[in-house]
Design a protein around this ligand. Structure first.
Ligand code: ZN
Length: 408
């Protein structure tokens, strides 16, 4: 696998600048397209799975994190607080406390549960500059996060459904997990002390994993400070393993924030919080996608989906017209004219683009294009409408294939 830092620079996806700072990459237009497409996939998958999205600010008062437990158990990873008019605010190290407060802002009946609250939101980690690099270790993180507020009886089903969302996302994105891990607490004071809650949460997640049929390993010292979690691990180009996706059961924060719902008995009950992330941080997910695909992204993710190649300047107007029709259909097409070199040279330059549409005099006269697929397959002249329909169908299906063999 290639290193995402080298490839990200070569493909013009992202970069860093010492003036902005270490661990604070910026996204170039092609990288922004890739990121936006991944984020839209996630939002869409979440909407279909019954999640509602919120926005919450990246800052919060220090007190918020004292209540959540971050201040006591996680402050080493947090940026120092900022003094502001007599109070202290911090860059948030996670989204959970904001979501707990949003849940608490309204009263909830048991009929509303499970209540699934999702956000693609910013969070910050004060990583030391020595460990920063590319998109995998950053100080500003865009997290694909969600919290499911539910009854104890609903936890297992919600955790299983989250694992299923993760499995489907990996299929669409072309990601293969290295392994599944049941992350348990280890020795030391990093974890909130509540043995009975840890046991109950661990039993629930173990049961979910056992019934999923997935093989997994338990690992001590890898839990969140408030509870155990299921981690989906992936491997990078250097063979290092990291966590991409996670499902966690939390009895701690609902109590800290005094969350409740009104049960069928009319009395107040404590919900459980299931924290889950389908692709983890957007930065790490995109880094993994760059390495995994070597820049040859599935068609729906590719920054440029169609390279339009006119043979000579005479076919340039036809190429522009075809690219315009692609754009109207929501497809990302770019014209590579003869100023970029011979046809052979342009075909090589565009070798990572899923589809190359070649237009010579014959194609131009008939309003056709000849299609080359990135995998080497070639199709003779076809009408614009036919090509757009087929490529559009593949892109909308958000799969990893380039062509629907069924009716080719
Ligand atoms: Zn959370």
């Amino acid at each position: 696998m290639p290193d995402h830092r080298r490839l990200g620079r070569e493909l013009g996806l992202f970069d860093t600048d010492p003036l902005i700072g270490a661990g604070l990459p910026y996204w170039l237009p092609d990288g922004a397209v890739l990121r936006h497409t991944v984020e839209e996939y996630i939002r869409d998958a979440e909407r279909r799975a019954g999640y509602r999205h919120v926005y919450s600010p990246v800052l919060g008062k220090r007190e918020l994190y004292e209540i959540s437990g971050h201040w006591a158990h996680y402050s080493d990873d947090m940026f120092p607080p900022m003094d502001l008019g007599g109070e202290q605010v911090v860059l948030r190290p996670s989204l959970c406390p904001h979501h707990a407060v949003i849940y608490r802002s309204r009263s909830h009946s048991y009929r509303e549960l499970p209540l699934r609250m999702a956000e693609l939101g910013g969070m910050y980690r004060s990583e030391l500059s020595g460990v920063l690099g590319g998109l995998t270790r950053v100080r500003a993180i865009q997290l694909n996060d969600a919290h499911i507020f539910c009854t104890l009886e609903q936890v297992a089903e919600e955790a299983s459904a989250a694992l299923d969302l993760i499995r489907r996302a990996y299929e669409a994105l072309g990601i293969t997990p290295a392994r599944h891990r049941l992350s348990l607490p280890g020795p030391g004071g990093k974890y909130v002390a509540a043995p009975e809650k840890w046991e109950r949460a661990t039993a629930l997640l173990t049961d979910v994993l056992d019934r999923s049929g997935l093989s997994y390993e338990a690992a001590e010292g890898e839990a969140a400070f408030y509870g155990p979690k299921i981690d989906v691990q992936v491997t990078d180009s250097a063979g290092r393993e990291s966590t991409l996706s996670t499902v966690q059961v939390d009895f701690h924060q609902p109590e800290q924030f005094d969350l409740h719902y009104i049960g069928p008995d009319g009395a107040k009950h404590r919900p459980v919080m299931v924290h889950r992330s389908i692709i983890g941080s957007v930065e790490r997910a995109v880094a993994h996608l760059i390495e995994r695909h070597g820049g040859a992204f599935p068609a729906w993710l590719a920054p440029t989906q169609l390279a339009v190649l006119p043979l000579t300047d005479a076919e340039l107007p036809h190429a522009r017209a075809f690219a315009g029709r692609c754009a109207e259909q929501g497809l990302r097409a770019e014209v590579f004219g003869p100023e970029h070199g011979s046809l052979g040279a342009r075909v090589r330059q565009a070798r990572l683009v899923p589809y190359q549409a070649v237009i010579g005099p014959k194609e131009a006269a008939a309003d056709h294009v000849s299609l080359r697929l990135r995998d080497g397959r070639r199709f003779g002249p076809r009408s614009h409408g036919d090509v757009l329909a087929r490529v559009g169908a593949v892109v909308r299906a958000r799969g990893t294939g380039l062509w629907d063999e069924e009716d080719a």
